[in-house]
Design a protein around this ligand. Sequence first.
Ligand SMILES: [Fe+2]
Length: 388
Amino acid sequence: MLFLSKGPYLQRPTEDSMTMMWETSDLASSSVEILLAERIHSGHQGNYKKPEVVIASVSNEERSTIHQLTVTGLEPGTMYFYTIHSANAKGEVQSGPYPFKTAVRRGEPFSFTVTGETGGYSSFDPSDGLTNINIFKQMQRYRPDLTLFVGDIVDNGDNYEDWEKYFFGPGADFLTTTPFYSCLGNHENNASWYYEFFDFSPPKNYYSFDYGDVHFICLDSTDFIKSEDYPLSAGEMSPGNEQYDFLIHDLQSTSAKWKIVFFHYPPFVSGGYQVEDLRQLCPLFEQYGVDLVFNSHTIVYERSHPLRAGKVDFQGGITYIVAGGAGAMPEWLLPKREWHTSQSLAVPHFLQVIVTVDHLELRAIDEEGRLFDKFTLRKDSDGSKSYF
Ligand SMILES: [Fe+2]
């Protein structure tokens, strides 16, 4: 018997394409069908008919257990439905239809969510609570266009079972309809499963992509900082290092209105697990106009003041946000505030970020759907920023 062991889930949203991935219990073929749902307008209500009109399909007869197919030729910012299908001599599986939306064009508003630590921390036992399930459910209520995970999405990335237990299982419904990106946390162990399950741009541990008016850059802080036991190896964060050179080149190449960087270890967080060595990247972020930085590792919510040159600077500083909210919350992680701390709270949470042309609005929401922090960044056409 053939069955679905993961997914389907969505990867690499672009204006005209989407990638579908899933895993089957045995080697099998892969195919995806794209369907349209007819919109019905009756009286004052609008609704969709059951999606039945197939407008595109893509298939691969070559058998695999991890399946990956990209559908192209789609319209920007448009909702479609998809169904996946795999077959071999033992049987066949089908799943869908599920809705998805292609990436919006530049200049069009969109929203995304951010969280991390679905793997909890090393002593986290999912039977003790349902934090990651609750966070996935809450994020789904906000119907984001995409979502970012800031690492430690599993407890031990080398354990195949962990990927279902902590990530694909609790997130199944959400990941079926919401394309996502993730960075490597230390708990992923740079394991081969990360590279097999995800379709990010090579080399996958760091990459960048555009969505609407935002240029997103994912970094691998576990490569910059090989271990939590310092000191930092010489030359890790300076020209000549491949990832550092990628970062400079990438920041120089983008003309996007907003620049958002995400990686696991937090350069600014009060309490445990701050990794100050990563502040060596801040001059680059400042030089090239990065707007926001997302981190996790510390299993808390924390938002910094706008920071520039090691000081609070409301004239153009960068806001650093720790969003380690989808795991258990040890109270000992927040002993005292630091000078860079604006807001800090140790509660399970996720972020919702709403992007419009001139404004970027960030909301922190707990596992019961309550808003507990909010800030807005405005950027005028001359590049000047204001925070409120
Ligand atoms: Fe971590």
